[in-house]
Design a protein around this ligand. Structure first.
Ligand code: HEC
Ligand code: HEC
Length: 88
């Protein structure tokens, strides 16, 4: 039986889906990439030629709390450095 009440429920569900899709699209498009790129300097030049995984293991030579350039305290989870800090 298709009462008016059921139609209304269907409409609400459709509206919900449309809004959810809009929010998802917004989230997927919104974040602009602002993460610092791997610097081109004597400390980092050797990493441009390496495989990402091999290079990533060596970052912690310097980027640890005891290293010459510790990560900021609010740094996000930090495995696979080059996944976020792109090389170009
Ligand atoms: C030999 C020491 C050393 C190693 C190894 C090293 N870094 Fe660095 N890194 C530094 C120093 C010193 C700075 C700060 C000065 C600069 O920007 O070069 C820095 C800065 C950075 C920055 C910030 C750049 C900016 O624009 O603010 C990023 C990102 C970075 N390193 C990523 C990495 C990654 C990823 C690796 C591994 C592939 C790595 N570093 C390995 C010494 C090192
Ligand atoms: C999930 C993404 C992500 C991963 C993985 C990651 N970082 Fe970061 N890193 C960031 C963000 C975001 C910032 C702060 C914004 C910026 O880039 O200035 C940051 C900041 C830094 C900075 C300071 C930049 C500056 O301007 O002083 C360094 C150095 C750095 N990261 C090195 C590393 C190293 C080394 C690794 C691997 C051990 C690593 N990051 C892994 C996202 C990431």
């Amino acid at each position: 039986m298709n009462t008016p009440k059921k139609k209304k429920t269907l409409l609400i569900n459709v509206a919900f889906l449309v809004i959810a899709a809009a929010i998802l699209t917004f989230l997927l498009n919104a974040p602009e990439e602002t993460t610092a790129k791997l610097p081109h300097d004597d400390d980092h030049n050797r990493f441009f030629a390496m495989k990402k995984k091999a290079a990533g293991k060596l970052c912690v030579e310097c980027h640890t709390p005891e290293g010459v350039y510790p990560l900021p305290e609010d740094h996000p989870p930090k495995y696979r450095c080059l996944f976020c800090h792109k090389r170009d």
